[in-house]
Design a protein around this ligand. Structure first.
Ligand SMILES: [Zn+2]
Length: 185
């Protein structure tokens, strides 16, 4: 085989490898990619969850990190809906939490209204299809923040990225926020 053939073969191999990693079908190629959010992390989903737990621990133990805690949880949930948005209630809570944080001024008041509303067990129709691609940034981006300010800023950046990946459900999110605030006084 000539050298040029070899590099063509390598290039082809890389294309295939990339395809495998994107579909998460094969064993070893997808081992270091989280199939839910696309994070490049050792042990894929398991490693991704470990980083999330580390970040939660940091947010719980240091109020400077904790200020943005709710948004961290909502963004992570929107990237891992099979685990965190299984019920209609959890779906609505995380979707509206993200919407309230990024699109409204009175976020804590809205979150409280939604929480109250959800405790009345309203009927929530979860859409049949959720986005396959859920953003370009992942929890790994938050993990490497140098201090609390950078942490906060990166969580916001990550959340905006995830939120735009969910654009087909923005209207649904707004209508759930509206329902909660009109039904809960
Ligand atoms: Zn993940």
């Amino acid at each position: 085989m000539m050298l040029t053939d070899l590099s063509a073969a390598t290039a082809q191999h890389l294309v295939e490898l990339k395809a495998v990693m994107n579909t998460s079908g094969s064993q070893h190629a997808s081992d270091n990619i989280c199939a839910d959010c696309g994070a490049e992390v050792a042990q894929g989903k398991v490693g991704c969850l470990q980083i999330f737990e580390e970040i939660l621990a940091r947010e719980f133990s240091d109020y400077r990190y904790g200020k943005i805690h709710r948004l961290t949880v909502d963004a992570y949930s929107l990237q891992h809906p099979e685990r965190y948005m299984r019920s209609g209630k959890s779906f609505a809570a995380h979707l509206t939490g993200m919407c309230a944080a990024l699109e409204y001024e009175d976020t804590p008041a809205l979150n409280r209204a939604v929480q109250k509303w959800l405790s009345t067990n309203p009927k929530i129709d979860k859409p049949a299809r959720l986005p396959d691609k859920r953003g370009n940034l992942a929890i790994t981006y938050i993990h490497s923040a140098a201090d609390a300010d950078e942490h906060t800023q990166r969580v916001r950046e990550w959340a905006r990225d995830v939120w735009s990946a969910w654009s087909e459900h923005h209207d649904l999110a707004r209508s759930l926020v509206r329902k909660a605030t009109t039904e809960i006084k």
